[in-house]
Write a protein that binds this ligand. Structure first.
Ligand code: NAD
Ligand code: DAU
Length: 352
């Protein structure tokens, strides 16, 4: 039995689907259902007898404690977070509340529960915290990729809040002996990603004939990891990771933003040509840069490869084709998530 938090979001949702389809056992999903949480993602498994969903906050200690006592999980995987950098710039409060205070409360609930366990239940219990490469800050063009020993130098309110949560997780291991694991991952993409993030936003805007906004000069570099590879890495760390350790997870796919957008345009040109036969690349528009925009992220994933035997299966070329095709095939899902509040966000971010 695993307690997943944030399992109605992009990565958590993919993890829940993958885990239940692979029949890994029972799963309890605790999600607040913010704008980013979507139960449509989980429609295919919501009736499974070994799955239960609770709407609630990771910071609600009495609810979390009740769930832990009732379901007696052997692991907690914490995906729940406010995750969008641009939103953290417009309004950092929710990021502090969920990512820092929420993680603190979750750790406390986990600690109280862990203290009640005995024997093999205690030996097997794990708390896995899902974090990001953004905690390491930004890299010069030719600097070596982030390894687990890089210093933390977060630059956005989002990255700072994730860095704080990582520090809390570490402290709960060293001070209280809570059996924790932390993963720091690069940019994920794939099915069910909310269309505020670069790749789904560009696909969605392209199909709607809207501008494809590129911040600044578009030469910022991100490492892209297909979401199912990330979920497999998390499962690997959960089962084989050494307690108290952190593991960097990456896709070995460093790309500039402009090249990612151009690739999406050329795939769409093939799969769903514009009615005027022009390329979707005509819709590319350079806009004001993100404040404090990190120039480059890159992940050195050699530790998880050599110690735990995990490597990504998808290349960017295979993953991005699957992703574009998924969005073309699942326009109903996209329409279901782009609510009034999504439209308010888009107008705030791209017109102000
Ligand atoms: P997401 O924004 O798509 O989903 C977050 C989920 O958490 C949503 O379902 C939301 O309803 C839920 N949630 C938010 N606040 C909550 C609270 N207080 N209590 C319970 N649930 C709450 O995020 P994602 O992209 O799936 O990211 C998942 C995790 O992975 C995050 O911790 C993020 O920092 C980390 N991460 C993401 C990426 C990426 O590229 N998306 C990369 C590295 C790490
Ligand atoms: O690196 C891991 C991180 O990746 C995660 O921790 C975050 O949760 C996740 O949101 C992601 O952060 P980024 O800021 O890198 O992702 P985003 O999709 O917002 O942007 C990717 C790049 O594209 C970034 O350099 C900003 C740029 N961008 C983004 C948007 C939304 C644009 O040029 N235009 C846009 O409209």
């Amino acid at each position: 039995m695993i307690l997943v938090t944030g399992g109605a979001g992009f990565i958590g949702g993919n993890f829940v689907l993958q885990a239940l389809q692979a029949n890994v056992g029972g799963l309890v999903n605790l999600d607040k259902l913010t704008y980013a949480g979507n139960l449509q993602t989980l429609q295919s498994i919501h009736h499974f007898p070994n799955y239960s969903f609770y709407q609630g906050d990771i910071g609600d200690k009495s609810l979390v404690s009740k769930l832990l006592i009732q379901h007696r999980p052997s692991a907690i995987i914490n995906f729940a977070a406010e995750s969008h950098v641009d939103r953290s710039i417009h309004g950092p409060q929710d990021f502090i509340q969920t990512n820092i205070v929420g993680t603190f409360n979750l750790l406390e609930s986990a600690r109280l529960y862990f203290d009640t366990l005995e024997g093999s239940e205690k030996d097997h219990f794990r708390f896995l915290h899902v974090s990001t490469d953004e905690v390491y800050g930004t890299l010069e063009k030719s600097a070596p990729a982030f390894s687990e020993t890089n210093p933390y130098e977060p630059n956005s309110p989002y990255a700072a809040s994730k860095a704080a949560s990582d520090h809390l997780v570490r402290a709960w291991f060293h001070t209280y002996g809570l059996p924790v694991l932390t993963t720091n991952c690069s940019n994920n993409y794939g099915p069910y990603q909310f269309p505020e993030k670069l790749i789904p936003l560009v696909i969605n805007n392209a199909l709607k004939g809207k501008p494809l906004p590129i911040y600044g000069d578009g030469l910022q570099v991100r490492d892209w990891l297909y979401v199912t590879d990330h979920c497999e890495a998390i499962y690997t760390v959960l089962h084989k990771g050494k307690l108290g350790e952190t593991y960097n997870i990456g896709g070995n796919n460093e790309k500039t933003n402009i090249s990612v957008v151009q690739t999406i345009c050329s795939i769409l040109d093939q799969l769903k040509p514009r009615s005027d036969q022009k390329s979707y690349a005509e819709q590319i528009t350079f806009v004001k840069d993100r404040p404090g925009h990190d120039r480059r992220y890159a992940i050195n994933a050699s530790k998880i490869a050599s110690e735990l035997g995990w490597k990504p299966k998808e290349t960017f070329e295979t993953g991005i084709c699957k992703t574009v095709q998924w969005y073309l095939d699942n326009q109903d899902w996209v329409e279901g998530v782009v609510s009034g509040s999504y439209r308010d966000w888009v107008s705030k971010q791209y017109t102000e």
